[in-house]
Design a protein around this ligand. Structure first.
Ligand SMILES: [Zn+2]
Length: 339
């Protein structure tokens, strides 16, 4: 039986092992050269036919060759394993050129945003901010504001009453009464907060927000009122905003006026939003009625004051060009996230 010379087998094995491309083909190589049916095993079978003195020498040669091949296989296995790891890492590597995933962060509610702006404007003009309870008594909400028991503003359809006679305040003017009773004069104060009325349509919600402004001093006049209003409205909207007064009636002010601003959409030329008038109603104001001052034990011969109240929600609608007040309170995140 003829067999390949040992040197030739080693040469072939070396070349085959080094040319393997993965661990599977390397295993095939191992079986071919070191397995039971391998070429080396054929050599072992011929050992018996050799002269006795040659057998140990050839046997040793075969064993050494087996070890050499085993060593070559282990070396190649290391190389292939490293290659595999490198390939996998390359495949799984982080692509730093991809755009980052942004965090789903919240946004400030438009009403809160308006309140923050108003707080800045009035603080700069020297007004202090005060708060009062939302559950009020009849006196602070009506009587002290010169609203007698027969006044239509007291009608059941407007006010939420509790069985014990208290009510949900219908205006932030209640804070103005508390301020006049407790704060030293002269006084410049602003109150912002929630108020409640039994109303629900496109421009009314049962809960809404009001800002109340009060200034009391010895020389306060309608001119001061006009100055503060102009500065406030131009700071809140734009410097181009013009204001006009229309005579009006409120029980707690005398004289009273309603204030319009030039239409923010057409700047006074006339459009659908201002119903072609060029003006938008914005707030009510006036000089504090002497009866209100007297009720707070203020000397009406010495002190005078002005007051105005404005809907924070209406300011927000106008500023952002919205038409439906209810969208502010429906808490639809798709709507609110625009701001
Ligand atoms: Zn207009």
């Amino acid at each position: 039986m003829t067999t390949l010379p040992l040197e030739e087998i080693l040469k072939q094995a070396k070349s085959a092992i080094e040319s393997t491309v993965d661990l599977k083909s390397l295993e095939d190589c191992r079986v071919r050269y070191l397995g039971k049916k391998a070429l080396l095993s054929e050599h072992l079978k011929t050992l018996g036919q050799l002269p006795v003195e040659k057998r140990p020498v050839v046997g040793q040669q075969i064993n050494e060759m087996k070890q050499t091949i085993q060593h070559l296989i282990e070396k190649q296995a290391d190389v292939l394993t490293q290659k595999k790891i490198t390939a996998e890492l390359a495949k799984e590597s982080i692509d730093i050129t991809l755009p980052g995933r942004s965090l789903n962060s919240g946004s400030i509610h438009p009403i809160t945003h308006t309140c923050n702006t108003l707080r800045d404007i009035f603080t700069q003009m020297g007004f202090i901010f005060m708060e009062g309870p939302e559950i009020e008594d009849d006196n602070h909400n009506f009587t002290a504001l010169n609203i007698p028991p027969f006044h239509p503003a007291r009608a059941m359809q407007d006010t939420f009453y509790f069985p014990n006679g208290t009510l949900l305040r219908t205006q932030t003017s209640t804070v103005q009464i508390r301020a006049m009773k407790t704060m030293p004069l002269p006084l410049r104060m602003v109150a912002m907060g929630r108020v409640y009325r039994r109303d629900f349509d496109l421009t009314h919600t049962p809960m809404f927000h009001q800002l109340e402004c009060l200034m009391i001093d010895e020389t306060v006049s309608f001119a001061n009122l006009k100055g503060v209003l102009t500065q406030f409205l131009q700071a809140f909207f734009t410097l181009k905003t013009a204001i006009r007064f229309r005579p009006s009636y409120f029980p707690f002010t005398e004289p009273s006026a309603e204030v319009d601003i030039s239409c923010l959409n057409c700047e006074g030329k006339g459009c659908r939003i201002c119903k072609q008038s060029g003006w938008l109603e914005i707030l009510g104001c006036g000089m504090v009625h002497p009866n209100v001052l007297k009720g707070a034990h203020i000397d009406t011969k010495r002190y005078r004051g002005f007051a105005f109240g404005v809907g924070i929600d209406r300011l927000t609608l106008l500023k952002y060009g919205m038409s439906d007040l209810r969208t502010l309170f429906e808490n639809d995140l798709r709507f609110l996230q625009q701001f």
